[in-house]
Ligand binder design. Structure first.
Ligand SMILES: Cc1cc2nc3c(=O)[nH]c(=O)nc-3n(C[C@H](O)[C@H](O)[C@H](O)COP(=O)(O)OP(=O)(O)OC[C@H]3O[C@@H](n4cnc5c(N)ncnc54)[C@H](O)[C@@H]3O)c2cc1C
Ligand code: FES
Length: 295
């Protein structure tokens, strides 16, 4: 059952977001400490844009009291191709994610969303995606939308031409943390892996894979990135030096998720060189890298 969220928050900030209960229909391991949870919620599945997220809570529990933000990994469809529900991918780090891990098919979770802006429509040239760890989750939907394999948004948003090339550079500590690689490869894109210990792909930082692409004679049209803050900072610096547009999806901890508490603010540069704050939950989580003032 869905309830519009508009009366719970500042008008216009979370247009289209709803609060609903969704039932777990599948819950499978994706990688070490990492799970994929499929939730049935057809009304919401039609609306999401790649890069948006949901606040997730467990019904009937006051501990943890606050919801936690999770990016949509993708929508799943029924046999007739209609959106049927949402897929999330998460890594177990604390209280909420440990409780999520114990859920079984038939259990319910509470969702608020879809929230945030999502990634911009992809460029027509070479799209390079840089993901660190569980930061890979928003990108299956980004790639499927770019390649027109799935339609997102209600009404579907306008897109330009299909990108001429898509490369995913995906970095993790070691091979056992790689999540969803075969699924990405099935989309026919170039997937390049980096691991800290050399157990899969390039031994070293994922930014080294990005640098190779930035050094090509024809540079990428855009870079999208999500992952730990030091990675995003490094990607912002490299793309700035190469003069390539870059968008970062921030994973700032959040309390309310709909613009009311200001716990998620990030520093952004203004046109006049001064700085201001923006709420990651409503004005993000995706920002042009050049706007962000990393400390
Ligand atoms: C827009 C957005 C999308 C996200 N998408 C995903 C996703 O798809 N999959 C996924 O696994 N996680 C995602 N996250 C991160 C996720 O929200 C946190 O891992 C989750 O809130 C942890 O909850 P917990 O109760 O298990 O951990 P807690 O008990 O709250 O915290 C455990 C530890 O993790 C740290 N921590 C908590 N949240 C964060 C954070 N955001 N960044 C860094 N450290 C943190 C805490 O400081 C603490 O040390 C996303 C975050 C944002 C803002
Ligand atoms: S989490 Fe409350 S304003 Fe962003």
């Amino acid at each position: 059952m869905t309830t519009p969220m508009m009366d719970l928050c500042l008008p216009g900030l979370v247009r289209g977001a709803v609060q609903c209960r969704a039932t777990v229909v599948e819950h499978e391991p994706m990688a070490r400490n990492t799970w994929r949870m499929k939730l049935e919620c057809p009304e919401i599945a039609r609306q999401i844009l790649p890069g948006q997220f949901f606040m997730v809570r467990l019904p009937g529990r006051s501990d943890p009291l606050l919801g936690r933000p999770f990016a949509v990994y993708d929508i799943y469809q029924d046999e007739s191709g209609q959106p049927r529900g949402l897929d999330f991918g998460y890594v177990v780090v604390g209280k909420m994610t440990s409780l999520l891990e114990s859920l079984r098919p038939g259990d319910d979770v509470e969702l608020w969303g879809p929230l945030g802006n999502g990634f911009p429509p992809p460029p027509t040239g070479h799209l390079v995606i840089v993901a660190g760890g569980i930061g890979v989750t928003p990108f299956l939907a980004v790639i499927r939308e770019a390649l027109r394999r799935r339609i997102y948004g209600q009404p579907p948003r306008e897109l330009g031409h299909v990108p001429s090339r898509i490369t995913l550079c995906y970095g993790v500590r070691s091979a056992e943390f790689l999540a969803g690689v075969e699924e990405f490869r099935r989309e026919g894109i170039d997937v390049r892996i980096a691991t800290d210990d050399g157990s899969s792909g390039h031994r070293g930082f994922v930014t080294e894979l990005l640098q190779e692409l930035l050094d090509e004679t024809s540079p990428p049209a855009a870079v999208y990135c999500c992952g730990p803050e030091p990675l995003m900072h490094a990607v912002a610096r490299l793309t700035d030096a190469a003069n390539v547009p870059c968008w970062l999806s921030l994973e700032t901890p959040m309390a309310c998720g709909f613009g009311a508490c200001f716990s998620c603010v990030t520093k952004v540069k203004q046109d006049d060189g001064s700085w201001d704050y923006r709420r990651v939950c409503v004005e993000g989580p995706v920002f042009p890298a050049r706007q962000l003032a990393f400390d």
